[in-house]
Design a protein around this ligand. Structure first.
Ligand code: TPP
Length: 699
């Protein structure tokens, strides 16, 4: 049943609310909105403005309830009053929208997408511009609370909760439904705090969900407590918010609270609201929660003079803050390429993010050794990855492995076989079939100081997670190193005995446009161990590509190189030395290139790049300067494949050293075909590679 204030289940304590403090925060939020909307936008000192007028009272009330030592919020662009209530400094808030130095992002991101690192009180995960992107990371935080309490004994996590804040239109997004499904299935301490202002820009709520009321539609959703009410009514809203939070905190499971609020401005500073009638706008103004708050407080709780004083003090405070922000410097363009990845200072120390990752939680993993100590018989790539995961799980209690079928079955490629048995269901677990949920959840876990290792079952099925992958990669940069979410995403892909457009895509180049991601593409079991371990102990999000044709191939087998073996990223492996031609490749093409070199009888230098982000430019340039010719072979489609990037760098940097054009051999621009005959026709083969070696060396 949808609860209203008459059906509250937890003892209400609205008497404990400091209404004067609530008024103060709402008044400051209003004064900020007014300043931006009516002055700074016109002066072009703010370029993107999202007023929270009408949403402010409910958000400030929510902030008073987020008292858990490990509470976290996933918010959106209209969440500023909530953040102000949680301690966002006013000067940082305004310098963010005014794009000044410092702030949330040093002028890199739109000012209203805030973040609030906090390891000992409520934190706010980095807000994204994409509607609905806030939900699954908040779910990851909620799951981390259970994990940290049970597995790490973090008492602070007891009774802490995660809240996701969004508008009613965001309940139509993939992220919302992915989150809803996970929190109810897993019974996580999670609150959906939905402020329904009736519009998603200009689209009415009735086009987002049947009947326009998401609360009503979710009444029968199993495992979800649903509440709703009027966000303009201070007492009713306070009671509902208290009750919803108290229920989640008490362990009743997830809840959704829908509060109806007026949107007292256009969607953004640019929006003139011509789609609303004058009557509608007047009716919204009549629902202004600030007016209702005054009626509530004056004169019983506050005198009219005290009320006016709070309003004028808020305006004065905002005016003083503006003066300070105006004196702040503009961000320095010199630094714009910084903090894409984790950085070290000249003395070798890490420039640590404020929150996220193992290091953000104060854990510094051992560095390992790049000297292999081969042990025993040769193992295949599957065993190599499994053994590495096993050792790291055994030595790092903050690491979790999860994805579709990775638990009892041990993964569709058997890579995680036996890991759940050994480490338990909290650390190695099956997820629901939602890639958005898998990666989004990993983002929240990483922000909470864990090392998530999600598996995407096949390369193509990372597509539904594209938004979370993208936002994860840019997190460090857009928060100016305040937050980072290091994780290792294992993704099998590429052809096997046959191809097909679903399980066999390679398409690695997409990750290289995903700013902030490291990418490893090992060609053998030894490199797989070393690269995976580097990534698991690293401080950046990493895609670890497990090529399907290499999982059990004879060519990829190597002895296990030891429990501390690491391969540093960005170091190519020179597999053959030669002086007539440099052949650059990676992944499953390595074996074909070796065979082609043998068949050609030419002196060819073979570089296996091993990682593409970063890639070893120096080794490639040095080799090409020596051999004066270069052939690049890859499985990914040829147009704008990574070979183009390598060729462009060589053309610029080694132009006068070249005796022949740089050549690329790659899959034409078609999806991977299924029939092996068709697949063979499009993949670079030993024969076509050998032919290219011949024609290039004979120029
Ligand atoms: C994934 C995505 N699609 C479209 C947009 C453009 N957009 C920004 S806000 C918005 C409407 C959101 O409405 P709602 O969730 O109800 O929140 P409100 O703005 O009303 O507070 C749209 C379509 C976006 N930011 N992200």
């Amino acid at each position: 049943m949808v609860a209203n204030p008459r059906h509250l289940e937890h003892t209400s304590n609205i008497g404990a609310i400091d209404w004067r403090s609530v008024l103060r925060h709402v008044a400051v939020s209003r004064a900020l909105d007014d300043l931006e909307e009516f002055t700074l936008l016109k002066d072009r000192k703010v370029l993107y403005q999202f007023s929270a007028r009408g949403h402010d009272l409910t958000q400030v009330l929510l902030s008073t309830q987020l008292t858990g030592k490990q509470d976290a919020v996933g918010g959106y662009y209209r969440s500023r009053p909530l953040l102000l209530g949680l301690g966002l400094p006013l000067e940082e808030a305004l310098s963010s929208t005014m794009m000044r130095a410092g702030g949330m992002s040093d002028g890199r991101d739109i000012g209203v997408v805030f973040n609030l690192p906090n390891k000992t009180g409520p934190c706010v995960l980095p807000v994204c511009g994409g509607v609905g992107a806030q939900y699954t990371p908040a779910v990851g935080w909620a799951q981390s609370l259970r994990y940290r309490l049970k597995q790490l004994g973090s008492k602070d996590c007891e009774n802490s909760i995660a809240v996701a804040h969004g508008g009613e239109a965001s309940t139509a997004t993939n992220g919302f439904w992915a989150a809803l499904n996970i929190v109810t299935t897993e019974r996580l301490p999670f609150l959906f705090f939905i402020e329904d202002n009736g519009y998603g820009i200009s689209v009415a709520a009735s086009r987002q969900t049947p009947g326009g009321n998401i609360a009503r539609n979710l009444e029968s959703f199993r495992g979800l407590r649903v509440l709703e009410g009027n966000g303009s009514d201070p007492l009713a809203a306070a009671a509902l918010i208290q009750d919803a939070v108290a229920g989640v905190r008490a362990g009743d499971g997830p809840a959704l609270l829908r509060l109806i609020v007026p949107r007292l401005s256009g969607h953004s500073g640019q929006d003139t609201q011509t789609y609303k009638s004058a009557e509608e706008i007047a009716a919204e103004i009549a629902r202004d929660p600030l007016t209702h708050l005054r009626a509530q407080l004056v004169p019983g709780t506050l005198s009219a003079a005290d009320w006016d004083l709070e309003i004028s003090q808020a305006r004065a405070l905002v005016a003083q803050t503006l003066a300070k922000v105006e004196r702040r410097a503009q961000p320095d363009p010199k630094h714009i390429q910084r903090h894409v990845f984790s950085e070290t200072r000249a003395d070798g120390s890490l420039e640590l993010q404020q929150q996220g990752g193992l290091r953000g939680a104060g854990v510094v993993p051992a560095t390992g050794t790049d000297r292999a100590e081969p042990q025993g018989a040769r193992i295949n790539l599957v065993t190599a990855v499994r053994r590495t995961l096993e050792h790291e799980l055994a030595t790092n209690p903050r690491m979790l492995v999860f994805g579709e079928d990775v638990g009892r079955k041990g993964g569709v490629h058997a890579v995680t076989l036996g890991l759940q048995e050994r480490f338990g269901i909290e650390r190695v677990f099956d997820t629901s079939l939602s890639e958005e949920g898998i990666i989004g959840r990993a983002v929240g876990m990483a922000a909470a100081g864990l090392m998530p290792v999600p598996e995407i079952q096949f390369r193509k099925y990372a597509d539904p997670a594209a938004e979370q992958l993208n936002d994860c990669g840019t997190m460090r940069w857009r928060t100016m190193n305040r937050f980072a979410a290091p994780m290792v995403v294992r993704i099998p892909g590429g052809f096997f005995k046959c191809g097909d457009p679903w399980h066999s895509q390679s398409n690695e180049v997409q990750w290289l446009h995903g700013v902030g991601w490291r990418l490893a593409m090992p060609s053998n079991a030894q490199d797989a161990v070393g690269l995976l371990r580097s990534a698991l102990r690293g401080n950046d999000p990493t895609i670890f590509f497990e090529h399907r044709s290499l999982l059990d191939s004879a060519s990829a087998r190597r002895p296990y190189p030891g429990d501390e073996f690491v391969v540093p990223f960005g170091k190519a492996s020179c597999l053959r030395e030669g002086n007539e031609l440099t052949l650059v490749t990676w992944g499953a093409m390595v074996e074909r290139c070796e065979q082609a070199i043998d068949a050609s009888g030419k002196s060819v230098e073979l570089l296996d790049l091993r990682t593409l982000s970063p890639w070893d430019r120096e080794a490639t340039l040095a080799s090409v300067r020596k051999t004066r010719r270069c052939l690049i072979v890859h499985e990914d489609n040829i147009t704008a494949g990574f070979g183009s990037e390598i060729a462009a760098v060589l053309a610029k940097e080694a132009f006068f050293d070249l005796d022949a054009p740089i050549e690329r051999l790659a899959m034409p621009d078609v999806p991977s075909p299924h029939n092996p005959l068709l697949l063979d026709a499009v993949l670079p083969s030993v024969e076509t590679i050998a032919q290219s070696i011949h024609s290039l060396t004979e120029i």
